[in-house]
Write a protein that binds this ligand. Structure first.
Ligand SMILES: Nc1ncnc2c1ncn2[C@@H]1O[C@H](COP(=O)(O)OP(=O)(O)OP(=O)(O)O)[C@@H](O)[C@H]1O
Length: 228
């Protein structure tokens, strides 16, 4: 599903963000990526989606060698992944339902399918009742659930989350984690970058720790480790 072989990323200013990283993530896994600020976690994610390219090494996602694909194949690659961020990134002038629908409109899904799928996915995140609300009238947790609905509406193979609970209180965060667990049980690979020690310790899932661009720990049923 995801394979990094001896991947390094050195930005133009000389920052070494990833340093000879080799890792393999199987379909259906639930993986936390942890590490101090500046360790290289976001870079790891950006290499998956072709937002950044590795300086050396190979990144393979779902059998596609990401660093070698033609530019016009990038949207096809990204369709295989749903991505959510700490700051939700909903379109402010669209309702919750329209935000989710938009992800399907851009790939020209028939209107009838959009209507049905948007309803189903809002039901999954328990927000059918907020379908017509604008983001500004939703709580942070609700906005994140809409962002997750948008991320999975096209049925991606993997859900990638960069500190999705970073702006949320512990109770709301737990709700988001329950949702990720549900999505994972439906067969979607989940990869989550987080600083949330409590959450990682509670979930008992695979933990990959990055320090200074290197993987220093990769444990099945791991814990967060020392506070950073
Ligand atoms: N576009 C960029 N140009 C230059 N250096 C960068 C760029 N993006 C990241 N870096 C550097 O690469 C290193 C890794 O950054 P990255 O954002 O991947 O870390 P992170 O673990 O996600 O941090 P945080 O937890 O703070 O988000 C840092 O030293 C950072 O300053």
């Amino acid at each position: 599903m995801i394979y990094f072989r001896d991947v390094s990323k050195i930005y133009d200013n000389g920052s070494v963000a990833l340093d000879h990283v080799t890792v393999h993530i199987e379909k259906g896994e639930f993986v936390f990526v942890v590490g101090a600020s500046g360790a290289g976690k976001s870079t790891f994610i950006k290499l998956l989606s072709h937002e950044e390219l590795p300086s050396s090494g190979t990144v393979v996602v779902n059998g596609i060698e990401v660093n070698r694909i033609a530019k016009d194949r990038v949207p096809y690659l990204r369709r295989k992944m749903g991505i959510v961020f700490q700051d939700f990134r909903l379109l402010p002038n669209k309702t919750a339902a329209e935000n989710v629908a938009f992800a399907m409109e851009v790939i020209e899904t028939p209107r009838k399918v959009i209507k049905e799928r948007v309803h189903n996915v809002l039901d999954l995140v328990n927000l059918v009742g907020k379908a017509d609300a604008l983001p500004q009238n939703l709580s942070g947790g609700e906005q994140q659930r809409i962002a997750i609905a948008r991320a999975i509406v096209n049925r991606p193979l993997m859900l990638i989350a960069d500190e999705p609970t970073g702006n949320l209180d512990p109770d709301t965060s737990r709700g988001i984690m329950d949702l990720f667990t549900k999505i994972n049980h439906m067969g979607t690979t989940v990869l989550m970058v987080t600083h949330d020690k409590q959450m990682v310790d509670m979930m008992n899932k695979r933990v990959i720790e990055i320090v200074d661009g290197r993987i220093v720990r990769d444990e099945q049923k791991g814990a967060y480790g020392d506070e950073d």
